[in-house]
Design a protein around this ligand. Structure first.
Ligand code: GLA
Length: 766
C-alpha cells in the first residue's frame, strides 16, 4: 500500500501517486491469507475502482466493502448519491437531481446534499467554503467544470459561476479498507487577493434517517479519550478545537451508527477523521428535511486566509469509511489504514520497542550518574530503548526556565550527553531524548534575545501556561531556529528517538510581523511548518523515531501520525484509569502507536495500589513502556518485570499490528473489561481480562473470543492470572468463540491474560 500521507502540506501542489498494481496484488493476497476484512478467511476484495458514466454524469467509487456515489445535477452542482455497503457491480444511478423548493424558506441550495458547497445563494447549512472578495462580494456558487480519474484517485474541478475561483475536490480510495481520503484545493485565478473565511475538506452525507447515533471523543489533561454517544437530533453538533492544536478536549474523529441493532461487532457504521494538527472543526448537522451531513476542515472561528493571485490553499485531509461490522469493525479498518497507509514507513512501520522513560522516576532532576543507574536497571529487565525526559538542557531545574535553550546543561552533564549515550548503547539499548521545540520560557536566553518570536498581539498581555509561551512557528526565522537546533542535536548525538512535547495551547495568537490582513494565516502556516520540520528531519535522519506528546494526548490525529511513530496516550498512568483511556483511544487509533507505561504504585494520580502484574497487563495492551522509579524496586519486582517484558515481546506483533476486539468495554462503569487481539496471519490471539471489583460472588463473565478460524485448533497458554481448571489445553476456534473461556477473577483490581496459538487445521490447511 502506498503511503498516503507523509508529504501532506509540505508542498500543496504535489499530487500523490496511486497504489501500484503489484502492491495491490500483494495486498489482495495478504488479505486473502489473513482474512482481514472479515476475520475468518474470505475472498480478497477487488481493487478500488472509480468509474464515470457520461450519460448520467454519475461517479461511482468502489473499494473493499464500500461504495461511494456522487453526481453532477441539473444545476452543475456536485451532489452526494450514496455512501454505504458495496453495491452490485451492475447497479446504476440516474442523474443527480437537486431537491425541489420545499418552501420559500428552504431553498434547494440548502436542502440538496452537496459534496462541497460555497456560501452563496440562500445556503443556511454549514458551507465548505466562504470567501470575501476585495469588492465586498461574498457570494460563491461552485459548479462542475471537469474531472480526471487516475487509478484510485478522482479530481473534480469546480469553479464559481463568474469569478476565477477554482476548487479541486480530491478523492483517493484505499482498496484494502474502503477508506476515502478527501481534500479540496482552492485556487485564486482572479487578479486580486481574496480572503478565505471558512474552508472545509469535504462534506459527507449520510442516507436520510432520524435514528442516527453519534460517537465522538472528549477529554482533558489526565483524562483523555472518553467515548461520548448521543442521538443525532435536528440541529448541529460541533466538534472542534480553537486551540491552535488538535487538543485533548475533542479529538477530530466521529462515528455514526443507527440506534438499536448496533453493537461492537454488528451494524453499519460511518466514520471519519481529520488529518490536521491545528484548530479544526467537524460539524454534524441534521437539517430540516432530516438529511444528516458531516462537514470538516479548518476551524472557521477566527479563520482568515488571504490568498494572493495565483496561490492555492490545500485543506486538511478528511478521511471517511464505512463498516458493516459495528464500531469494532470501524476501529479495525482505521487501525489497519493507519498502519498500512498513514504511519511513517507504512505499510511496514517498525514495531515499537519496549522503552524506559525517566520522567516519573526523576522529574527534572536528571544527571549523568542517576540516568546511568536507571539505564542499567532498565536493561536488566529487557528494555530496548532508554529515554531521558525533561530537565537535561539550558538552566532547567523546574518548569520555570530553560525552554528554548537547547544546549546540554553543563552542571548535570559535564561531559555532554556522550557518556550517557555510550553507556546506554553498551547496555544494548538505543537512546531517546525529550524536547519541546515550539515553546519558550520567558526565563531563557532565547526569549531575552527574541521576545518578538512568540505568538502575541502588540501591547497586549502574553498569557503564560506552565510558565511558558508559544513560539510562532509560522515565522521563517523561528522555523529555521527550531529545525537547526534539532538537526544539530541529532547530528552531534547518537539519538534514536525524540519525545516531542507541546505542553500548552495558544493564547493571543497574533503575528505582528506580517500585514494585519495576513496575521490569521498563523492557523495554517504554523502547522505547515511543524509538518515540514518533521518531514525534513525525518528525511535527513531517517532512522530517528519521534513520539507526539502534548502533556499526554493533546496532539493525536491522522496528520501528526503521518510524521511520528507513536503518541503519548495520557499523563495519567494509573493502570486502572488507563483501561478506560486506552479503550477510548482505540476507537480511532491503533494500539500500535499507543504508548503505555508501567509506573509506580500507589499511583500519583489516585493513590491507588495495584499489583505489578496488573500494571503490566494494562500496559501490554498497547506499546509497552516502563516509567517507574526502578531504584525502589525489589528483586521480586525485577523478576516479575523481566518475565512480563519477555512475554510482551512474544505478543507485541499481535497487539501492535493485529485486529482488536473489545469483548467487554470498561465504559459505563463496567466492573470488567476484556480485549482480544488477533494477529494478521491468524496464528496468535491474545486476550487481556480485568476485574474492577467482584460483587455478591458473581463469577467473571465468560469470555467469548472472536476473529478465530472456527475449524483450526488453538493451544492455550496463560500469561498471568488464573483460568478455570476445566479450560482445555487446546480446542477448536469454534470452541473458543462459542463455548468460551472462564477466567477466575475475584476480588479487586485483578487481571488475567492468555494466548491462543494456532497449531493446525482450519481453512488454511483445507
Ligand atoms: C509533559 C509530558 C510528560 C513529561 C513532562 C515533562 O507533561 O506529557 O510525560 O514529559 O511533560 O515536563
Amino acid at each position: 500500500m502506498k503511503k498516503m500521507h507523509a508529504e501532506l502540506f509540505v508542498s500543496s501542489r504535489r499530487r500523490h501517486s496511486g497504489f501500484s498494481l503489484a502492491q495491490l496484488c500483494i495486498l489482495a493476497l495478504l488479505l486473502c491469507l489473513t482474512g482481514f476484512i472479515t476475520p475468518v478467511a474470505h475472498a480478497a476484495p477487488a481493487p478500488a475502482s472509480i468509474r464515470y458514466d457520461a450519460a448520467t454524469r454519475v461517479f461511482r467509487i468502489d473499494a473493499a466493502g464500500t461504495t461511494y456515489v456522487l453526481g453532477v445535477n441539473e444545476h452543475q452542482q456536485l451532489q452526494s448519491l450514496y455512501w454505504g455497503p458495496r453495491l452490485g457491480a451492475g447497479d446504476s444511478f440516474p442523474q443527480a437531481k437537486a431537491m425541489p423548493e420545499a418552501a420559500s424558506f428552504d431553498l434547494p441550495v440548502t436542502t440538496t446534499p452537496h459534496e462541497f458547497v460555497g456560501w452563496g445563494g440562500g445556503l443556511y447549512v454549514e458551507p465548505d467554503l466562504k470567501i470575501t472578495f476585495p469588492d465586498g462580494n461574498r457570494d460563491l456558487a461552485l459548479k462542475y467544470v471537469s474531472h480526471k480519474i487516475d487509478g484510485n484517485k478522482l479530481d473534480i474541478v469546480m469553479k464559481d459561476i463568474s469569478r476565477e475561483v477554482y476548487v479541486t475536490l480530491q478523492y483517493q480510495a484505499d482498496a484494502e479498507t474502503g477508506i476515502l481520503r478527501r481534500s479540496a484545493e482552492i485556487e485564486n485565478r482572479t487578479d486580486a487577493p481574496f480572503t478565505i473565511e471558512q474552508a472545509a475538506a469535504a462534506t459527507w452525507n449520510l442516507p436520510r434517517g432520524t435514528d442516527y447515533r453519534l460517537r465522538y471523543l472528549t477529554g482533558r489533561w489526565g483524562a483523555e479519550w472518553s467515548v461520548q454517544q448521543q442521538p443525532i437530533h435536528p440541529g448541529k453538533t460541533v466538534l472542534e478545537s480553537r486551540r491552535g492544536t488538535t487538543g485533548a478536549q475533542n479529538n477530530p474523529w466521529f462515528a455514526i451508527d443507527r440506534e438499536g441493532g448496533n453493537d461492537q461487532e454488528a451494524g453499519g457504521v460511518w466514520f471519519g477523521a481529520l488529518g490536521w494538527s491545528g484548530s479544526w472543526q467537524i460539524s454534524v448537522e441534521q437539517d430540516q428535511l432530516q438529511q444528516v451531513r458531516v462537514t470538516g476542515g479548518f476551524n472557521s472561528f477566527d479563520f482568515g486566509y488571504r490568498l494572493q493571485k495565483g496561490e492555492h490553499l490545500q485543506t486538511p485531509y478528511f478521511y471517511g469509511g464505512y463498516s458493516s461490522h459495528g464500531i469494532g469493525g470501524a476501529s479495525r479498518l482505521l487501525h489497519r489504514f493507519e498502519i498500512d497507509s498513514v504511519l511513517p514507513h507504512a505499510p511496514h512501520p517498525k514495531l515499537r520497542p519496549v522503552l524506559y522513560n525517566s520522567w516519573e522516576a526523576t522529574g527534572f532532576n536528571v544527571n549523568e550518574s542517576g540516568q546511568m543507574e536507571l539505564a542499567e536497571k532498565a536493561a536488566s529487565i529487557g528494555v530496548e530503548r532508554f529515554v531521558m525526559d525533561d530537565g537535561w538542557f539550558g538552566q532547567r531545574k523546574d518548569d520555570h526556565a530553560g525552554l528554548g535553550d537547547w544546549y546540554v546543561n553543563p552542571q548535570k552533564f559535564p561531559h555532554g550527553l556522550k557518556p550517557l549515550i555510550d553507556k546506554v548503547h553498551s547496555l544494548h539499548m538505543d537512546f531517546g531524548l525529550w524536547v519541546e521545540p515550539e515553546m519558550v520560557n520567558p526565563d531563557s536566553d532565547l526569549y531575552r534575545k527574541h521576545p518578538d518570536w512568540v505568538l502575541n498581539f502588540t501591547g497586549r498581555p502574553r498569557t503564560e501556561a506552565r510558565n511558558q509561551l508559544v513560539l510562532n512557528l509560522a515565522r521563517p526565522d523561528v522555523r529555521a531556529y527550531v529545525f537547526n537546533f534539532l538537526d544539530k542535536l541529532l547530528n552531534e548525538n547518537d539519538i534514536a528517538f525524540l519525545k516531542w512535547d507541546y505542553n500548552r495551547n495558544w493564547s493571543e495568537p497574533g503575528w505582528p510581523a506580517v500585514a494585519p490582513e495576513d496575521q490569521k494565516k498563523v492557523y495554517v502556516d504554523f502547522i505547515r511548518n511543524l509538518y515540514s520540520i518533521l518531514a525534513e528531519l525525518r528525511a535527513k535522519h531517517p532512522s530517528v523515531e519521534i513520539e507526539s506528546c502534548s502533556g499526554g494526548a493533546g496532539r493525536v490525529d491522522l496528520g501528526i501520525l503521518g510524521l511520528t511513530d507513536e503518541v503519548w496516550t495520557s499523563d495519567n498512568t494509573d493502570a486502572y484509569d488507563r483501561l478506560l483511556i486506552q479503550n477510548g483511544f482505540t476507537y480511532a487509533y491503533t494500539p500500535g502507536v499507543m504508548m503505555a507505561w508501567v509506573t509506580d504504585s500507589p499511583t500519583w494520580v489516585n493513590q491507588r495500589t495495584l499489583s505489578l502484574e496488573y500494571r503490566f497487563l494494562s500496559s501490554m495492551q498497547g506499546s509497552l513502556g516502563i516509567g517507574a522509579n526502578l531504584s525502589k524496586w525489589t528483586p521480586e519486582d525485577f523478576a516479575t518485570a523481566k518475565k512480563m517484558v519477555a512475554q510482551y515481546k512474544s505478543i507485541r506483533e499481535t497487539v501492535q499490528r493485529g485486529s482488536l476486539y473489545r469483548l467487554i468495554t470498561p465504559e459505563n462503569n463496567s466492573e470488567q473489561s476484556v480485549t482480544e487481539s488477533v494477529s494478521r496471519d491468524g496464528s496468535q490471539a491474545v486476550t487481556f481480562a480485568f476485574l474492577h471489583s467482584s460483587r455478591e460472588g458473581y463469577p467473571f463473565p465468560r469470555i467469548y473470543l472472536r476473529g478465530l478460524d472456527a475449524d483450526a485448533t488453538y493451544r492455550l497458554s496463560t500469561l498471568d492470572g488464573k483460568l478455570a481448571p476445566d479450560t482445555p489445553a487446546s480446542a477448536s476456534g469454534a470452541y473458543w468463540m462459542h463455548r468460551g473461556v472462564d477466567a477466575q477473577l475475584r476480588g479487586d483490581f485483578r487481571a488475567a491474560a492468555f494466548t491462543l496459538e494456532r497449531v493446525g487445521g482450519g481453512t488454511a490447511e483445507k
